[in-house]
Design a protein around this ligand. Structure first.
Ligand code: 13P
Ligand code: SF4
Length: 378
């Protein structure tokens, strides 16, 4: 890891996963891909869904799924009174739901956030090794040193991080609310230390003009979208609107008709007056986009074109690790429970509560700037 002159930290996030014997051409996420469950046949699939429906009732449990997981886990969550949503609403829904067990389908930070917000609940996940390149690329010791080097800055951390990194933060943000929170902090005259996604951070900096030093992490999925290939697809579909998640590189974001979180992408697709859309986000999103907009055509934004490798398939290998069989297994056995050290959880909860209070008040019509408490340096 190296610090560059403009205070961006370059992070080798793939390092922890790399097999020493692997050749350079082998995808660094092969360990995750190897764990992706085999698709069940129709009879097994139906039986697993029935079993999950029964166990959810027996265990007083509710499913909380992200838009990138398998369509079965999205549909079953909704059908059984749970939710499929972006990471912000997953956190809020899990906190507010009366169930005593949350079955979180997504990646580890989502389960940890739920546990931090609901320490009294059991939080189960289909596979505890489902992680995120942003989380992997922001280890607490290095991050703490980075914060120590900038004591005058307000620490704003993206949700895709460990509980320990959240515990060092003043504010948590997701891509649904990062822009509003940083803008409000800037209006209060605060300088920002941002981590870990450099693309989302760059987008926020360009939009708000805030003074930000940044960690250099990235999402292995969104990092692969390519502007040159996207322009070619746009030429072939001149009427298409381009929807981009802000974890994508700046030159891809620059081509967008709408930039935003997974839920913002969904909203734009519903509301924009167009028949065709090119979508630069994980292709797990296509399920909801297509089912909610049956008359519209959704195309995946191109990744690495002809040089594509298994690393650039626009689907998160860790999200793909979530499957029906594991959902049934953990509901039955109580395995794969998320634990967060209570003291760490209490500290990590402060920036999360701040974000949830900010977004709730903003929704209720309060002025963003007035929602920023004075919290001083990190
Ligand atoms: P959202 O908060 O937009 O759902 O994003 C979470 C995520 O991991 C995107 O890659
Ligand atoms: Fe992390 Fe990217 Fe996967 Fe989202 S899609 S969980 S940011 S690696």
């Amino acid at each position: 890891m190296t610090a560059t002159p403009n205070s961006v930290m370059d992070v080798e996030y793939e390092q922890p996963l790399q097999d020493a014997t692997a050749s350079a051409s082998v995808c660094a996420t092969k360990h995750a891909w190897a764990r992706v469950p085999v698709e069940p046949g129709p009879a097994e699939r139906a039986a697993l869904k029935d079993k999950i429906r029964r166990l959810l009732k027996e265990r007083n449990a509710v499913m909380v799924s992200h838009y990138y997981v398998h369509p079965d886990l999205q549909d079953l969550a909704e059908e059984t009174g749970g939710i499929v949503s972006d990471s912000l609403e997953m956190a809020r829904f899990g906190r507010d739901h009366p169930a005593t067990t949350l079955l979180v389908s997504g990646v580890r930070f989502m389960g940890e956030t739920s546990k931090i917000l609901s320490p009294e609940k059991h939080v189960l996940m289909p596979d505890l090794d489902a992680t995120c390149s942003l989380d992997l690329g922001c280890p607490i010791d290095e991050f703490s040193a980075f914060c120590d080097a900038h004591p005058d800055r307000t620490v704003v951390v993206y949700a895709n991080t460990s509980a320990a990194v959240k515990a060092r933060a003043d504010w948590l943000v997701t891509s649904s609310c990062a822009l509003e929170i940083v803008r409000a902090l800037k209006e209060k005259g605060e300088k920002i230390l941002w981590a870990p996604d450099r693309h989302l951070g760059g987008y926020i900096q360009r939009e708000t003009g805030a003074d930000m030093v940044m960690w250099g992490g990235s999402c292995i999925v969104h990092d692969e979208f390519k502007a040159f290939e996207l322009q070619a697809l746009m030429k072939a579909h001149p009427g298409a609107k381009v929807l981009v998640h802000p974890e994508s590189p700046a030159d891809v974001v620059a081509l967008a008709d709408a930039v935003g979180s997974t839920s913002a992408i969904l909203k734009a697709a519903r509301e924009m007056d167009a028949h065709e859309f090119i979508v630069a986000t994980d292709n797990g999103m296509m399920h909801k986009l297509r089912t909610l907009n049956p008359g519209k055509l959704f195309l995946e934004a191109p990744t690495a074109g002809n040089s594509a490798t298994c690393k650039s398939c626009a689907h998160c290998p860790w999200m793909a690790m979530n499957g029906l069989a594991d959902v049934a297994r953990v509901l039955e056995t109580g395995a794969n429970e998320i634990h967060v050290d209570p003291a760490l959880g209490r500290r990590a909860r402060q920036p999360i509560d701040r974000m949830l209070a900010f977004t709730a008040a903003l929704k209720a019509g309060q002025v963003a700037g007035s929602l920023v408490p004075h919290i001083g340096a990190a």
